[in-house]
Design a binder for this molecule. Structure first.
Ligand SMILES: [Zn+2]
Ligand SMILES: [Zn+2]
Length: 158
């Protein structure tokens, strides 16, 4: 659980670093592996808290073009404004109501969502991945297509 204690937090900006496993964050079913690093910046102004955080985690992805599995470190960011009552003018960040007895800010779900949203829509092992040959199916990153390559042998016919 990603909880930020606020009882003894002094006025102004603070920075903290946390790390939680994908298991703790219920991300086991996702492509993410190992630890999720979370860098938090929090500003206290009276009973108001502005929380900015960044996540970084390694994901095991499958390239859309060449179908190879590759690993990439993905980063995400999110910000939330906590206050005891809704401000007259809503902030740019997401607003969250702070209840009277709250001793900590629970951002577990926000961190999980931010990590999931850091997954790219298009997954490429590298930007100029050459993909698979449409003729013979070889991975063009590893070897070039040779004219007259034996389709039948490889088993990719059309
Ligand atoms: Zn690729
Ligand atoms: Zn080929």
């Amino acid at each position: 659980m990603v909880r930020i204690p606020i009882v003894h937090l002094s006025e102004g900006w603070h920075r903290m670093r946390l790390a939680h496993s994908v298991g703790e964050l219920e991300l086991v079913e996702s492509p993410f592996r190992g630890q999720v690093e979370i860098e938090i910046q929090i500003e206290r102004r009276g009973r108001q808290y502005l929380v900015l955080f960044e996540t970084a985690a390694e994901a095991e992805l499958c390239c859309d073009r060449c179908l190879e599995v590759y690993t990439e470190r993905l980063v995400g960011a999110y910000s939330i404004f906590f206050a005891p009552e809704e401000p007259a003018r809503l902030p740019a960040e997401e607003f969250r109501l702070l209840r009277a007895g709250d001793r900590e800010l629970d951002v577990t779900d926000d961190v999980r969502q931010t990590v999931l949203l850091s997954l790219p829509l298009k997954q490429l092992c590298h930007e100029d991945c050459r993909g698979l040959c449409p003729e013979c199916g070889v991975n063009l990153n590893l070897e070039p297509h040779r004219s007259g390559c034996p389709r039948e042998v490889i088993g990719i016919g059309r």
